[in-house]
Design a protein around this ligand. Structure first.
Ligand code: Y12
Ligand code: CO
Length: 171
């Protein structure tokens, strides 16, 4: 099932999502719906709160070198915790909840992620490049933060002006 994606400035995006405790059929169905929703919108990452469910779950599907997104690359990440973040990197980020807007954001370059999979099993992964950036972007959603909050004062002001105009023009 395709779920509606919440967009800025909806206040629900500020919610701090709660820990997942039940790794049941309902969670599995929801993760499947998240995947369908993300693929239909050409996304590479989606957090549960973006589809109005305030639980600490996110999915990622990083494209391969040819730009293809395969289901085998899908990673379901529940209750993530970042360890040992290292270095910094700049990347032009976009977000399905802030459609049509892309900006350079600074993130840690590499990290170790501790998380649970859909069965509640504990997993550990090392992440770099786009995967590391996407993980940090999506975990920010679980903490009620959007990438636009990391912009400088002037860039944020420019964003608010452009975004407001885009919303008005769409009506
Ligand atoms: C690096 C930086 C950020 C992330 C987070 C995940 N972001 C996305 O998946 C963004 C997807 C996106 C898709 C859009 O739609 C199309 O391209 C058709 C889009 O365009 C519009 O909304 C007009 C914007 C963002 C991961 C890695
Ligand atoms: Co986002």
């Amino acid at each position: 099932m395709i779920l509606p994606i919440i967009t800025y400035p909806n206040k629900q995006l500020k919610t701090i999502s709660r820990t997942v405790t039940d790794f049941d059929e309902e969670l599995h169905r929801f993760l499947d719906d998240m995947f369908e929703t993300m693929m239909q919108s050409n996304g590479i990452g989606l957090a549960a709160i973006q589809v109005a469910n305030p639980i600490r779950a996110l999915i990622l599907c990083i494209p391969d070198d040819e730009g293809n997104q395969e289901k085998e690359s899908l990673i379901e990440i529940i209750n993530p915790v970042i360890h040992n973040p290292q270095g910094t990197t700049l990347y032009q980020e976009g977000c399905l909840s802030v459609p049509g807007f892309y900006e350079d954001v600074e993130r840690f370059e590499t990290l170790t992620l501790h998380y649970q999979n859909r069965h509640g099993e504990t997993c550990v992964m090392e992440a770099d490049e786009l995967l590391s950036i996407a993980i940090q972007h999506e975990i920010d959603h679980l903490d009620g933060k959007l990438f636009i909050e990391k912009l400088s004062y002037n860039r944020r002001k420019k964003f608010e002006k452009e975004y407001k105009k885009a919303l008005k023009d769409k009506k």
